[in-house]
Design a protein around this ligand. Structure first.
Ligand code: HXC
Length: 274
């Protein structure tokens, strides 16, 4: 049975903090861009003049999302179907981006798998699946983008990670290991690819409202209770995550590479697994 395709919506009354043409002429390739945080990253980039390719496994969802994004922003976006675990599909998607737009400036690695599961109950294949989607997928997309374009033109790669590995979050060992691996990969990429003009950064969101990760990890705990354990007292928004990525994609972030921005209102420092 085909799964139901959730329709994403764009931000209402967008207020600009940056100049609206700050990414004008640029092209971004965003995995996981059909929904959630990465849909909004695509929207924020597009509102600043950046054409985008959104990439995922479900073409029906991608088509709907790209139409919604283009309608709201007036900027071109096209969908590309690829399973990030499969190099040939990633190569085809990157080639499609280059054929369509003739360039590729920003890569956002947002495609990720997640479910809650204690280590005790996790199958071999369940653990492996998450490593393949998250670490291998991030590696595959970065490598193809680098080989086919970034090594000759420079650019910015942003990996979306998480806080899970910082404190051994319950039921998230498989994802925590993967996100830690991605943060390590970013350091190696930053050192090896820096001389080619490529910066590589990670953004690790804390709780972000209106996302699948938030719904799953908060497990019915109320928003008020969540706010009480966040030092700044505010749950993150998708727009904030988009704008952090926007900043990282500009020359203002020219000194930033090989590190992680923990975009979490301070929650990881203040809380454990209690
Ligand atoms: C235990 C599970 C499981 C579950 C799947 N598996 N779901 N095990 N509990 N809930 C096991 C399966 O039984 C199987 O193992 C193996 O994982 C692979 O499952 P498949 O369905 O065959 O794989 P696939 O279709 O490739 O991918 C399944 C999936 C994926 C990894 C679950 O569909 C997925 O993650 N979807 C959700 C995407 C998502 O929400 N992404 C946002 C992430 S947010 P066996 O042994 O049976 O073969 C995020 C941020 C977190 O990561 C932090 C937020 C604050």
């Amino acid at each position: 049975m085909a799964s139901k395709v959730v329709t994403e919506t764009c931000l209402e009354d967008y207020r600009y903090s940056f100049r609206s043409d700050i990414l004008s002429g640029k092209v971004a390739f965003i995995t996981g861009g059909g929904s959630g945080i990465c849909f909004t990253i695509a929207e924020v980039f597009m509102r600043h003049g950046c054409r985008t390719v959104i990439v995922g496994r479900n073409m029906e969802k991608l088509k709907k999302s790209s139409e919604t994004l283009t309608k709201a922003t007036g900027v071109k976006c096209f969908p590309a179907q690829a399973d990030v675990r499969k190099p040939l599909e990633v190569i085809a998607a990157v080639e499609k981006c280059l054929q369509e737009f003739g360039r590729l400036d920003i890569v956002v690695n947002g495609a990720a798998g997640n479910f809650l599961c204690p280590l005790e109950d996790m199958s071999f294949n369940a653990f492996k699946t998450i490593q393949e989607i998250d670490i291998l997928g991030t590696y595959n997309v970065s490598k193809v983008a680098f080989d086919k374009y970034l090594k000759d033109h420079g650019g910015v790669i942003i990996h979306i990670t998480a806080l899970l590995h910082l404190r051994g979050t319950l039921l998230q060992a498989h994802v925590g290991v993967a996100k830690a691996g991605i943060e390590t990969l970013s350091k190696h990429q930053a050192v090896e690819w820096g001389p080619k003009g490529v910066r590589v950064m990670c953004v690790a969101p804390g709780p972000v409202e209106a996302t699948e990760g938030y719904n799953r990890l908060t497990m019915g705990v109320s928003a008020d209770q969540i706010r009480q354990i966040i030092p700044i007292g505010q749950i993150g928004t998708r727009q904030e995550m988009g704008e952090i990525c926007l900043f990282l994609a500009t020359d203002m972030a020219g000194q930033l590479t090989g590190s992680t921005i923990y975009a979490d209102g301070g929650i990881w420092m203040a809380n454990g697994n209690e």
